[in-house]
Design a protein around this ligand. Sequence first.
Ligand SMILES: Nc1ncnc2c1ncn2[C@@H]1O[C@H](COP(=O)(O)OP(=O)(O)OP(=O)(O)O)[C@@H](O)[C@H]1O
Ligand SMILES: [Mg+2]
Length: 356
Amino acid sequence: MTYTRHALQAGDKVVTFDNPNAYARSIRATALVFEDPVSQALQERMSRVSQSDATVLIIGETGTGKELVARQLHRLSARRDKPFIAVNCAALPENLVESELFGHERGAFTGAIGQRKGWFEAASGGTLFLDEVGDLPLATQVKILRALQEREIHRVGSRTPIPVDVRFVAATNVNLEEAVRAGRFREDLYYRLNVAKLDLPPLRARPGDILPLADYFLRLYQDRLGLAPAVLSSAARAALLAYPWPGNIRELENMVHHALLVMRDNIIRPRDLNFTGYRLFVEPQPAAPVAEGDGLVSALKAVFARGGASLYAEIEKTVIQTAFAAAGDNQVHAAKLLGVSRNVLRHRMKIYGLLS
Ligand SMILES: Nc1ncnc2c1ncn2[C@@H]1O[C@H](COP(=O)(O)OP(=O)(O)OP(=O)(O)O)[C@@H](O)[C@H]1O
Ligand SMILES: [Mg+2]
């Protein structure tokens, strides 16, 4: 059996492999899109940082590619043939943290039936990725700091030190400086992690990546779903460029995947794009909840009963048009009425062709 890697971008060659591992490696090796000048600078910094063993702190909003970058750092490093272990710090159960990270000896505590290696040992020779490090409880921060400083650990229930030979990469979408000021994150650990920093800009700050990423995900999911070649209409491309992407690359990926499932005639049009995340982008406004008595809920129920393929878009378009009528066609006032920024309103209007 042969495996084919399709051209991911213009100019990319189609390559075939007769070995699934080589195929998987090649997919992982090419699956990074960095087209915008901002991303290219980042990529260059990444290659430089990957060559040393310095601890790296990756910061960026949700969905900006922090985990992907951590894996890439490992892949580019001299440790590439050793393990890459990702630990989600936010998901570590507090009572088991120590044995998860450092392992335990048989009988160290009730339930410790056998000896177990922890994540630090599992990553030996390779890279240990501490994901969502900003969510670590203070008690655990101390333990990790100690391991980082002393470069050795003890399994729970053992006095024998075990040397730690790992490269640490940490990531967070929490503002760590702020967390340090608020006393939620240890300052000494912050400095220990922040030896080299990689700051992943939000997608809206690297607009040159939007369409190449959209095309990349289009090919990826089209192949996974076994679909015939699909395209993005020019209106859909304009809509993607106009959107502020609060959920960043992950949101774009999900949006393209979803669009492939609902499109007709293998063309993705604006109505196939599910731009609902923008509400996250808007400052939260204290608002009275919508009550049944307002009439809005019953009006919506009547519209739902009627149904329609692009109901959400229709409703939103009507909301915008109604706000404009109420605001005397003034954009600033209409945005205020809706409790969104003028920029967001303009993005939405562009998508629905309401901007002349
Ligand atoms: N430059 C890129 N090229 C191709 N795909 C990307 C790129 N950056 C991110 N992705 C994809 O976007 C998705 C989100 O990336 P990732 O999980 O690394 O984000 P994250 O910053 O760790 O998010 P979170 O903070 O929510 O954990 C993944 O499917 C990843 O493969
Ligand atoms: Mg992540």
